[in-house]
Write a protein that binds this ligand. Structure first.
Ligand SMILES: *Cc1c(COP(=O)(O)O)cnc(C)c1O
Length: 411
């Protein structure tokens, strides 16, 4: 029975391979950090591709708190939240995230993918309209598909198109504008002030997925609503515990009390999936404590980003993924996001980016090339991600490796 299907799968895999689009997982032999051991590399390599923005993934305070959670609350819950899967720290973490973000309540999910997968179907029905940025994360796109609301899409960060979609959806009972706070392939911020202004004008709600911001964007690390001064104008926040907040796993929706309560009653990934492990919950509580006192780390992260951008631009690399005006997404007073895309445009870009990343790894610098379907065809890139745990020498080493790899491959 399997034979014909096996051939089909083998053909598809061969197509992916021959297009140069295969993704290989590199196996790491150490904890996640600015320097890691990887299978196949002789020496430790500098890591510029983790979402470990504040360097908390192996922070001893968080590891210790996770150990305590393991000792005090056991290994696993073996239950969904509403049956018998809620312990003191689960509720404590929800309250603490809400207090940190300035919302009324928070509900935990196993991942932000699940939070986004559950939030739309539970809250919005056929009488409603969801208006979504075209570059939103896959989990938002999937979650929106699961709801019965009408769907509208606007061009990335394009406020004229958002206005047009709001006008087109005038019949809906409730409209919600949905955006990533930061677009992860570009490191660009959503123009939240303008989005909130349009939401006010048209009486729409605003949902922001701030997975690539909470912990390190904004003066207090509260994310893009804090950065743009619109924290009290965003209705629903979703986010992850799997990036800056220690990087383990888990996600959340943080919002008005009624929104959170209805999600507890109706969100399917919450009702039908196991609780976050207790050690992850207690570790994440410690991560929140750490973040509140991480002003210096946030400054270091910004300084590292500015240094990398300056050196790479001076070396003649193209850091701008946009073909049109991009300044709307990063006004002058806003620091650059630590996601720094180094562009290799054109039909041969994917192969060149792949070759450069491979050359850099041999020189001890780990970066990842992205190509179709993760980014549009012809817009291949190496996405450099900085961490507060990098030193300025680490950043210089990264730039030197880019320059050497380019020289070797384009000679
Ligand atoms: C990483 C990410 C997610 C998924 O988060 P997980 O907790 O790993 O499932 C969702 N949305 C955005 C915008 C992300 O960057």
């Amino acid at each position: 029975m399997y034979g014909a299907f096996q051939q089909r799968l083998a053909d598809t895999l061969a197509e992916i391979e021959s297009a140069g689009l295969s993704k290989r997982e590199r196996i790491i032999t150490t904890p996640q950090g600015p320097e890691i051991g990887v299978v196949d590399a002789e020496h430790e390599v500098l890591n510029f591709c983790a979402n470990n923005y504040l360097g908390l993934a192996d922070d001893p305070r968080i590891v210790e708190a996770a150990h305590e959670g393991l000792d005090d609350y056991g290994f696993g819950m073996a239950s969904v939240r509403f049956i018998c899967g809620t312990q003191t720290p689960h509720r404590e973490l929800e309250r603490r995230i809400a207090a940190f973000l300035g919302t009324q309540d928070t509900i935990l999910f196993s991942s932000c993918f699940d939070a986004n997968g559950g939030v739309f179907e539970a809250l919005f029905g056929p009488q409603d309209a969801i208006i979504s940025d075209e570059l939103n994360h896959a989990s938002l796109i999937d979650g929106i598909r699961l709801s019965k609301a009408s769907r509208y899409r606007y061009r990335n960060a394009d406020m004229a198109d958002l206005r047009a979609q709001l006008e087109a959806s005038a019949d809906a009972q409730t409209r919600v504008i949905v955006t990533d706070g930061v677009f992860s392939m570009d490191g660009a911020y959503a123009p939240l002030r303008e989005i909130c202004d349009l939401a006010d004008e048209f009486g729409a709600l605003v949902l922001v997925d701030d997975s690539h911001a909470v912990g390190f964007v904004g003066a207090g690390g509260r994310g893009t609503p804090e950065l743009f001064g619109v924290a009290d104008r965003v209705d629903i926040l979703t986010g992850t515990l799997g990036k800056a907040l220690g990087g383990a796993s888990g996600g959340y929706v943080s919002s008005h009390a009624e929104v959170v309560e209805l999600l507890r009653q109706r969100a399917r990934p919450y009702l039908f999936s196991n609780s976050v492990a207790p050690s992850v919950v207690t570790g994440s509580l410690a991560a929140l404590d750490t973040i509140a006192a991480s002003e210096q780390a946030r400054q270091q992260l910004i300084a590292n980003t500015i240094l990398l951008r300056g050196l790479m631009s001076a070396a003649g690399f193209d850091l701008d993924p946009f073909t049109g005006p991009s300044d709307a997404t990063r006004p002058g007073d806003v620091p650059p996001h630590p996601i720094t895309p180094v562009m290799f445009p054109g039909p041969d870009g994917a192969r060149l980016a792949g070759g450069i990343a491979q050359h850099m790894l041999a020189a001890g610098v780990y970066v990842i090339p992205f190509s179709y379907p993760v980014v549009p065809r012809g817009k291949a890139r190496i996405r450099v991600q900085l961490s507060a745990a990098h030193s300025s020498d680490d950043v210089r080493t990264c730039v030197d490796a880019f320059v050497a790899a380019r020289a070797a491959l384009t000679a």
